[in-house]
Ligand binder design. Sequence first.
Ligand SMILES: [Ca+2]
Length: 285
Amino acid sequence: MRRQLAVVLVSATALGLLTAVVSTAARPDRDPVRLSATPERVEVVGLPCLPTAFQAGMTNAGSADLYADLELTPSGPVTLDRRIVSSWLPAWDPDHTVNTRVGVTVPRDAAPGSYDVRLTTPEGKGLTVPVEVLPLPTKGAGDNQALGEQAAASSTHANFEVCGAVDGNTDSEEWDTLTGWNDGTSRVFPDTYDVALAGPTTVARVETWTLDSTRYPAARYGLRDFDVQVRVGGAWQTVHEVRGSTAGRVTSTFAPVTADAVRIVGLASNSADYSRLVEVQVFTG
Ligand SMILES: [Ca+2]
């Protein structure tokens, strides 16, 4: 009897092991990829130069290296700068998330509301990233006409975004967060930075914010000599010449003119190497 019990126990143990093995074989972790989005939801405005992005994350939670694909599908007016992400995902321990930046934009006439981006793997994993389209900021008298409008530059340093100087942030202390523009041609001038307005606009004042932080004061790193120009009928006109500046913020006021773009022409900087702008603001008065 005792011996029989022992046999039963051994069998049960063997059965348990067997069950575990069968279980693994019957339900292999065929898709150990975990999806994530950082931030988990995004807000976007229909202006060309107010970029919004999230990080699409893929984590290999399994024990074998694998190659993973991720498909991104936007709804409504939402446009993405990539629709497929493919990545080699080694089976790191501890798990390591591979993030890929996904730019999110909507056209200027997009209806405000709630949309989303659907992330899916070929094996059926899915994640939804809510996208809230916000109303356009008002651009009446007194508002900054350049905010979020399309910027273009003669060159842009690799570590900067051309949209950085129209993102609404004038704080030089945040220079390293892509809120500024830095040209890409060291010790070569002039450099130009243009903002195309939404349409013909009465322009009478431009505020030029060059780099002026505790660590990088304008007197050593800011724009020294520059022209402020406006585009009228396809031609650029100089409305203010600034020379010998050591200020972080320069106000240019001039007779009101109907223009569809504004340009800062960097002629020299206090550091002699680059033109640096933190923000360019355009006002009707
Ligand atoms: Ca800025």
